[in-house]
Structures are given as structure tokens and as C-alpha cells.
Design a protein around this ligand. Sequence first.
Ligand SMILES: [Zn+2]
Length: 284
Amino acid sequence: MKKFFFLFLLCGFSVFAQEKDRTLADGMNPMFYKKRTTPILNIALVYYGDFYNEADLARVQTMLEERFFASTDQALKLNIMVSAIIPFKNNILDFPDYRQDYVTDITRLQRLWYYDNVGAKILTEVYEQAKLHPEIKLQLNDLDALAIITGAQFDGLGFASGRVAVTENPMEIAWGLPDGGLVEFITDARVVDELTHEIGHAMFLDHAASHCSLPGMSYQESMACCALSPAKNDVMSYCRDRNSVNENHFYKYEACNLRIIREKIIPAMLSGGAWNVANREKCL
Ligand SMILES: [Zn+2]
């Protein structure tokens, strides 16, 4: 059955840098940072779909800015230059023949249509729509990354490609079962946790403690590995307990990733250097 809760909801990411992409105006994979005088990461925050209103997005924005700054031990400030709600390009009403076996609710079908017809290409679709947005398009040359929350469904919690990152809210679970599965509404704190993780990828950070979630490992093996891992509580780690994230608790970048941020990423930002920083430490 599609998208059950498995042990680890994996986050895919790809880290291509493209010589031809000078800025986000040119493509999703700019190779270099734009030079700046202070350590600030400039992003656009987009809700893609119809679930959030302006107040929802503003609330997430505030928490994301606060928690990201704290997550970097106040080394790197997140500046959300522009935030926007962008409606789905593809509307379910234009696809009257689209059906699911057990789900008939139109708002759920809208989200599931994306699973069956767009999937991981959602990153490209939102990027293209964002480029048309009157406020975002003016900022594209200055943006380091595009962070997206969407109701469009894809496999996994979130993923990133180059400088574009996405997470789901709401999330459709096991919709192919006779009971129609369920819709999970993600708390602001969980959305912010996932965005902090994906923005990490958009800064060229890899997964921490990835040796604890190798294919074929049992749950017990993973947990035993995590218990011994110095990076287990890093926001980039699958060892972290996402269910514990709430109004009072959140995960940060831990010592190893903080070193990469301080010693590799921020210097690259300040010098206009390469985004795919060289000799990146492996955080175990
Ligand atoms: Zn990830």
C-alpha cells in the first residue's frame, strides 16, 4: 500500500551544482554563493497548494527563523526575504476522470493526483511557478534557497535537489486501504524541523549518523547504532525522534555539522565560493 509509515521515512536529496546556473534565476542548482558581508542565508518560503492561509505561513516563518538561528548556535541567520502562498498549477477539477479506490473527498484527491501524476517532479513544478510569482521573481538573484511546504504528495517526508527543498503538510497516509487511510496534519514544530533538515541539504549538508540507517538494518540494529552515535541528535540525522519535536523541543545542528557550517559554508558565503564545499567532514 502506498506510503505507509515505514520505519524511516527517508528524505532523498541530490547535490548537483551546475556551472550554467549562476543564481536561482537560472536554475535550481547554482554552483556558487552570492558574496555577502554577514553570515545570512536568504530564502523564499512558499506554501504550494490550498491548505495554509497567510496566518499559517506567517506562524511557520517566525518559528523557522527563530529555530534555524538557534540550530546553528546563532552562527547563521535565516532571512526569509519573501514568503508566498502559490496555488496548485494542476487543479483536480480539470481531471474529472481521476479516481481512487476508497478516497472520494475532493481535497484529498487533489493531493493524491499529485502523487500519481507529478511525484518528485513537484520540486521543478513549484520552482517554475515561483519564478512567475511577482515578488519572488524579483528576489531570485539574491536567494540562496527556495523552501517549500506543500499538500502535493510524494514519497517520503521531504527532499531537496540543489537549492530547492520541499516537505509535505498535510500528509496522506495509506489511502489505498479499504478504510481510506488518514490525513495527518503536521504541527508547526514538525514542519519547521523538517524544513531545517531540508534547508541543511540546500546548504550541501549530508545526513548525519547515516551509517545507522543503512538498507537491511533491523530496527534494533539502528537503535543500537544511534545510541553510540555522537551525531544522533543532529537535525540531519534519522536517529532523531521526530515525535518528540514540539513547542518546547527541537533538534539543532550538532557539533560536527556546526563545524561544517562555521568552517566551510559560512566562509563560502562570505567569499562567494562554491556551494558544494570541498572536504566536508562526515558526521557519524
Ligand atoms: Zn534528508
